[in-house]
Structures are given as C-alpha cells and as structure tokens.
Design a protein around this ligand. Structure first.
Ligand code: SF4
Length: 111
C-alpha cells in the first residue's frame, strides 16, 4: 500500500457514515407502502380532534390553507397509505394523519 492510498483510507474512515448514505435510501424509506387500518388514524369526530379543529383536508378550511401536517413539527412522515403520504402526530398520541390534514396545534417545522 502506498502512502497516498493509506492517507485516502484514513480520510475515508473519518467521514461520518450519514454523509456517505445515498439519498435514494431516504426516499425509499419515506415512500414505504404502509398496511394500516382506519382505526390507526385520528378520528375527526374524536373529542380531542374536535377541540383542536382537526380536519383531514386543510384545503377545505381557508384559515388553514398552507399549514398542513406535512409542514408541522409534530408530524413524523412514515410512508404512503392509499396513495397519500402519511405520518404520525405527537399531539394525537402518535395516531396517523395524512400530509394534507391540519389542526390548530400546527407549528412550523424547523427547516
Ligand atoms: S399537530 Fe400538526 S401534525 Fe398533528 S394534526 Fe395538528 S397540524 Fe397535523
């Protein structure tokens, strides 16, 4: 092994593994098709959901426009269900919501 090869080997071992990860892996993880049941999702008729003005379609509410679960800091994207991106919500004890839902607890996700 040459000195140059040794230096390159040491330099490569110092690069954190997350910097070497391929972006496709993240995409595949977040686009995972999930096998869920309706009971896995927030029930809009639930008293907590009602008190937080939860809506499964933020476009129907002019005052919610643009502030969807997808951009909320309490949303954790998990994959795709029935053709829609879904994730869990901390506010609703990790029940699933779709990316277009909204409630009055919406808080901008840190970018
Ligand atoms: S807290 Fe955020 S992620 Fe949860 S339902 Fe409300 S807007 Fe969606």
């Amino acid at each position: 092994m040459t000195r140059r090869q040794l230096v390159n080997l040491i330099a490569a071992s110092l690069i954190p593994s997350f910097l070497l990860a391929k972006p496709e892996n993240k995409t595949l993880q977040s686009d995972l098709k999930l096998n869920l049941k309706p009971s896995d999702f927030v029930d809009p008729g639930d008293p907590v959901a009602t008190s937080l003005k939860y809506s499964e379609d933020s476009k129907k509410r002019k005052d919610f426009e643009g502030n969807t679960c997808e951009s909320c800091k309490y949303f954790s994207r998990k994959g795709v269900y029935d053709g829609t991106v879904v994730g869990t919500c901390v506010v609703f004890q990790d029940k699933f919501v779709n990316q277009n839902s909204h409630c009055i607890s919406w808080t901008q996700k840190n970018l």
